[in-house]
Ligand binder design. Structure first.
Ligand SMILES: C[S@@+](CC[C@H](N)C(=O)[O-])C[C@H]1O[C@@H](n2cnc3c(N)ncnc32)[C@H](O)[C@@H]1O
Length: 331
């Protein structure tokens, strides 16, 4: 059921980008890292960074007004205790990579009106369009989101019968690690683009899983996936592709599985109205502005695509309203 809107709420929501923007700009300037250990004045920061004092003071005062920074009576700006470690470059629980990714989304969402008017999208964010820095912040952002939900999602899968997992487009290895945590007998192979494989290597090494994971660089649209697996995962992958690309990807995954093997697909699966879950409908906009042909797919579309690749017994095995739904299918 759609929410009730009031004039007040319309005005509030249409201006909600204000707080979003100051937070993103503070993240892009890495202000929280710079101020976390040593509170500083506007003058000190501007001298060290070469920034504009008027701009920095106005931005930091707005951050103070919203509780995102603190300011002492002698003009020293710092990070409030409650935000300690949450927005710094090196904090273990930092969400800074996601804030930086939101900055990239800001760029692509700004073109929404023109994309709808013209059907053209010259500002795409597909992986081949990203710089190394953008790739790092994108994969970092996926890890921030994934580490909060992966274990919970993987809990709903019975892994007792599986021995070898292939995580296609595995990113930083967030889901690979959740599978390996749940099933100590499991071995995994993570397949992703070469630049992302190096990010996965660093993360898996840091978290102590590298010995149980083989890393395979490649492009699933061009290269044959490695073979001999009884379980394959496509987590947050299919929404970036058009339907034809997904059919080809499912055929590639089909060939990588042994007979009787299972593919799991994690994504939003919209109902037939394409408006539920609401987050899924909003995510489709994100794919509209960021990719050539991506969107959030319905369960029926996904089943049809999987069956066209040869899969059977296609089932929605996990319900959800976030990107926490799971579809399973058998070879
Ligand atoms: C949204 S991220 C999801 C990462 C991870 N599976 C997760 O759920 O956190 C999509 C992943 O697909 C990978 N990817 C995109 N296109 C690819 C391609 N053509 N070949 C291999 N991997 C690709 C990206 O590099 C990225 O790691």
């Amino acid at each position: 059921m759609p929410e009730t809107w009031t004039v007040q709420r319309l005005l509030e929501e249409s201006g909600s980008f204000l707080i979003s923007r100051i937070l993103i700009s503070a993240g892009e300037l890495d202000l929280f890292t710079k101020l976390e250990t040593k509170p500083r004045t506007v003058a000190e920061l501007c001298e060290a960074e070469g920034w504009d004092p008027r701009g920095l003071r106005i931005l930091m005062d707005a951050l103070v007004a919203n509780g995102l920074l603190s300011r002492s009576e002698d003009g020293l700006y710092g990070v409030p205790e409650a935000l300690s470690g949450l927005l710094t470059g090196d904090g273990q629980h930092s969400v800074l990579p996601m804030i930086l990714h939101r900055g990239q989304m800001w760029g692509s969402w700004s073109h929404l009106t023109d994309i709808v008017r013209t059907g053209e999208n010259p500002h795409r964010m597909d992986m081949s369009f990203r710089s190394n820095k953008d790739t790092e912040s994108f994969i970092g952002a996926m890890h921030v989101i994934g580490r909060m939900s992966a274990d919970r999602i993987v809990q709903s899968v019975d892994l007792s019968g599986f021995k070898r997992l292939l995580d296609v487009g595995g990113g930083a290895g967030t889901y690979t690690m959740a599978f390996l945590r749940k099933a100590p007998h499991l071995k995994a192979t993570l397949f992703d683009l070469p630049e992302v494989i190096e990010i996965a290597r660093a993360q898996l090494t840091k978290d102590g899983f590298i010995d149980r994971v083989e890393l395979v660089p490649g492009d699933y649209g061009v290269d044959e996936l490695p073979g001999g697996f009884d379980l394959a995962l496509l987590s947050a992958v299919i929404h970036s592709n058009g339907r034809e690309e997904n059919r080809a990807l499912f055929r590639n995954v089909f060939r990588s599985l042994e007979s009787g093997g299972t593919v799991l697909v994690r994504d939003y699966f919209l109902d037939e109205t394409r408006t539920y879950p609401p987050d899924g409908a909003m995510f489709a906009v994100n794919m509209l502005v960021a990719t050539a042909a991506g969107t959030a797919y319905t369960f029926a579309e996904t089943r049809e695509n999987l069956e066209s690749a040869g899969f059977r017994e296609v089932k929605l095995i996990r319900e959800g309203t976030r990107m926490d739904q799971l579809v399973a299918a058998v070879k």
